[in-house]
Design a protein around this ligand. Structure first.
Ligand code: NZQ
Ligand code: ZN
Length: 386
């Protein structure tokens, strides 16, 4: 097992009817900016619950943060923060609203020329403007981690940022919010969380027995609850397990002491930037090709995953590993997620070359757990995903 340090300061408030608890988490004299997305919270009662909880605070609102949070819109929110002397941010939404809020938390204290540099120069925020979240969509784990991904339409870029100062101070996880989530977003959430675990697990054995079993248990739980959540998103037990699995998939715990990959996300983010494909769907497009291309380096973990998660016990290591890739792709397809780029766009010619060039231009010359996935290999993987 590798050496590691682990600190996750986010307080999780989990359970039924917990949104009102934000009132005791936000400092009394705070001037709050309430941030939300396209308006789903106004239809499902989450907005009303939040407003009631915020009654004693001076609060200003900023709505309209789109899926794949857009830089130019966030810059409008930054102006509100500065003009109104906001001291506390409250994100009420899914990964996009929370990520947008993390960007604002960083940008509000940033002293450089333009906040876009936070993304292009990989500036790690040590201490941002404090913020909390009310999670409305289980998927990204953003509610308990310190990363964010921001989009800039103008340049077709989607870049990651983060830093130890960007953990939410608290996150409210009330599984009842899941009742109003459209099926498309539910399957996205399952697929995203599932792939988060794979990115931190599907590398090579390093003797981290506990981390492996944490990872496998999250995968098994997602497989078990997925049909129940889709059949009845008001099934409290199923949705509670789904929500907690998504958070645990990317709050840092399972990646401690082990090698991690994240190349599927790096390639997937480019597909979202270029074609606007939902984040989770880009992962389902890339992952099967990525595992086939890197079969030799990953086959031991693939075979372990085959046996422990999919109960594939027959055959050689290679047989099991290959069957595991097939099982994974079928799982995504059974959720209703297409797994080829050509299912999403007819305009895919040249995509692989373009992504490889972008990685070269950014100096991303070696992705993956061995840092040996060069742009020419990325090009091959993306082509396999057409
Ligand atoms: O905008 P509103 O009207 O709220 O509607 C949203 C949005 O259209 C809707 N929704 C959310 N909660 C709902 C609901 N509809 C009905 N009832 C509810 N309770 O769902 C739509 C999608 O929301 P979004 O926040 O975009 O989805 P998700 O949580 O999947 O977030 C995706 C973003 O997170 C980034 C992705 O790249 C993408 O930009 N990621 C962030 C990560 C992180 N910070 O750690 C890691 C991930 O790998 C990912 O990259
Ligand atoms: Zn993801």
């Amino acid at each position: 097992m590798n050496n590691f340090e682990f600190k996750n300061p986010t307080k999780i408030i989990f359970g039924k009817d917990t949104i009102d608890k934000i009132a005791t988490e936000i400092p009394e004299n705070a001037k709050v900016l309430l941030l939300y997305g396209g308006g789903s919270i106004k239809k499902n009662g989450i907005y009303d619950q939040t407003k009631t909880a915020l009654a004693k605070f001076e609060t200003i609102e900023f709505g309209g943060i789109p899926a794949n949070p857009e830089y130019s819109i966030l810059m409008d929110a930054l102006k509100v923060i500065n003009d109104e002397n906001i001291t506390y941010l409250l994100a009420v939404g899914g990964g996009s609203v929370i990520d947008g809020t993390k960007f604002l938390s960083a940008a509000a204290v940033y002293e450089g020329d333009t906040p876009w540099d936070i993304l292009t120069q990989n500036i790690k925020t040590e201490k941002g403007m404090p913020f909390g979240t009310v999670l409305t969509l289980p998927a990204t784990g953003s509610e308990m981690n310190s990363g964010a991904v921001i989009t800039r339409k103008e340049t077709q870029e989607k870049l990651a940022m983060g830093g130890p100062g960007l953990f939410p101070e608290f996150s409210v996880l009330d599984p009842q919010v899941i009742a109003s989530i459209p099926e498309r977003q539910l399957v996205n959430g399952i697929t995203d969380a599932f792939t988060h675990v794979l990115e931190q697990y599907m590398t090579y054995p390093i003797g981290a027995l506990l981390q492996d079993r944490f990872a496998e248990s999250i995968l098994q739980t997602l497989i078990e609850v997925a049909p129940k959540v889709l059949k009845d998103p008001t099934d409290y037990n199923a949705t509670a397990n789904f929500m907690w699995s998504c958070t645990m998939a990317l709050n840092g715990l399972i990646q401690k002491g082990v090698p991690t990959d994240w190349a599927v996300h790096a390639m997937g983010h480019e597909l979202t930037a270029m074609f606007g494909i939902d984040h989770a769907r880009t992962l389902a497009v890339i992952a099967p090709s990525h595992y086939k291309f890197n079969f030799k380096a990953k086959k031991e973990k693939l075979a372990q995953y085959a046996t422990r998660v999919w109960n594939i016990t027959e055959g050689s290591v290679d047989d099991k590993a290959y069957a595991a890739i097939e099982k994974t792709e079928s799982f995504f397809q059974e959720l209703g997620i297409d797994t080829k780029l050509s299912d999403y766009t007819k305009d895919y010619d040249g995509t692989a070359e373009k992504i490889a060039k972008r990685f070269t231009d950014r100096g991303w010359l070696g992705l993956g757990e061995h840092q040996n996935l060069s742009p020419d290999k990325v090009e091959e993987i993306v082509k396999m995903a057409y």
